[in-house]
Design a protein around this ligand. Structure first.
Ligand SMILES: C[S@@+](CC[C@H](N)C(=O)[O-])C[C@H]1O[C@@H](n2cnc3c(N)ncnc32)[C@H](O)[C@@H]1O
Length: 337
């Protein structure tokens, strides 16, 4: 029995629709049924469709914390998967619900859009409502930082002041959401890079690195062709000129990063996050103030406990310098938050 999808491996040659290569080229978007493509910044329905065919079974639960116009949930209805979407913007959520409900619900699944900030929404209570504790697949399509401004809300990732802030906010979402993903199951991040001040900013790789630091197993980096946005299409020649002048290539691709909720080798010594805590007094090693005490863990308490264990109880009183030295010796990876 296949644990993560409905593919019968005895009949593997019959699944023509399912892509198994890492280069995805779609000539055009699926505009059938409720997929009207009205939302600026949506993804093409073929993305959630392909991912759900590979990584979910009928009746599984899918979580999309950046649900936007509800593309994922429309596909959930078609494929018989239950879907929960979270969207910050109530107006977008309302329109998404309307469109999702236009799609026939032949498999009688639940497709709900919840309004909230995915960084802090209480996912447990959302799942409790349906008597479930975990989901079987998470698909994330965050803003590509500020390329499209989705709202004026400061909690919106597209309003992050800089790339570091964007990454911090994105990490808050993954830490809030991924704790509810069943062990061994998969999650996907759909993201593109951006240009700023004459420089290619590799948002996709930055995001991938953050996930690896948390110890998840990277399964694939898919490169997908990028549909020309309406704006870019009109300015195609101008962009070609800009590229020639500026020494860069015009974006034609984005990434679909596939991870498994299992410990992976690539992230080995990068499992814990770093926290800077309140002042804890004077470091007994060097006499400096311990204002920037460091800790590693999936949350603050965990970080404190681990530091306590690692330093044989002395950790709480060490300053940044002494603690770094101690932990670097032990091969731990340090990220400043
Ligand atoms: C790239 S779009 C997703 C589009 C979606 N895949 C679709 O097909 O319509 C990103 C979405 O994330 C939402 N968003 C931004 N920050 C958020 C946050 N903190 N919590 C929840 N949603 C957020 C935006 O309002 C936007 O609708």
């Amino acid at each position: 029995m296949n644990r993560i999808n409905d593919i019968d491996l005895h009949r593997w040659q019959e699944y023509d629709e399912i892509i198994t290569d890492s280069l995805w080229i779609f000539e055009k978007r699926d505009t059938s049924g409720a997929h009207l493509g009205w939302y600026w910044g949506n993804f093409i329905p073929q993305i959630p469709r392909q991912l759900m065919l590979r990584y979910t079974k009928k009746g599984d639960w899918v979580l999309d914390p950046f649900v936007g116009s509800g593309t994922t949930l429309i596909e959930c209805r078609r494929l018989g998967r239950n879907g929960i979407g979270i969207e910050l913007n109530p107006k977008v959520a309302q329109k998404a619900r309307k469109m999702i409900n236009k799609e026939e619900n032949r498999h009688n699944v639940i497709t709900e859009v919840v309004v909230g900030d995915s960084r802090e929404i209480d996912i447990k209570s959302v799942l409790d409502k349906y008597g479930i504790k975990q989901v079987q697949f998470v698909i994330m399509h965050p803003p590509y930082h500020d390329i499209i401004k989705f709202s004026d809300d400061e909690r919106d990732l597209s309003n992050a002041e800089c790339v570091d802030d964007f990454l911090r906010m994105f990490c808050e979402v993954i830490d809030n959401v991924l704790q509810y993903l069943e062990e061994g199951r998969y999650f996907a991040i759909v993201i593109g890079d951006k240009y700023s001040k004459g420089e290619w900013i590799p948002l996709g790789f930055y995001v991938m690195d953050e996930v690896l630091k948390r110890g998840y197993r990277l399964k694939s980096i898919v490169v997908k062709n990028f549909e020309e946005t309406r704006g870019k299409r009109n300015q195609k020649r101008l962009w070609r000129y800009r590229a020639l002048v500026g020494g860069f290539y015009v974006f034609k691709h984005e990434y679909i990063l596939l991870f498994q909720n299992e410990k992976g080798e690539a992230g080995m010594n990068k499992k814990y996050r770093l926290f800077v805590t309140e002042s804890e007094g004077i470091c007994p090693e060097c006499g400096w103030d311990t204002e920037r005490l460091l800790g590693f863990g999936v949350n603050k308490e965990d970080a404190r406990r681990k530091i306590y264990e690692l330093t044989g109880g002395a950790g709480y009183g060490l300053c940044t310098y002494c603690l770094c030295a101690e932990l670097l010796d032990k091969d731990y990876y340090i990220v400043e938050e």
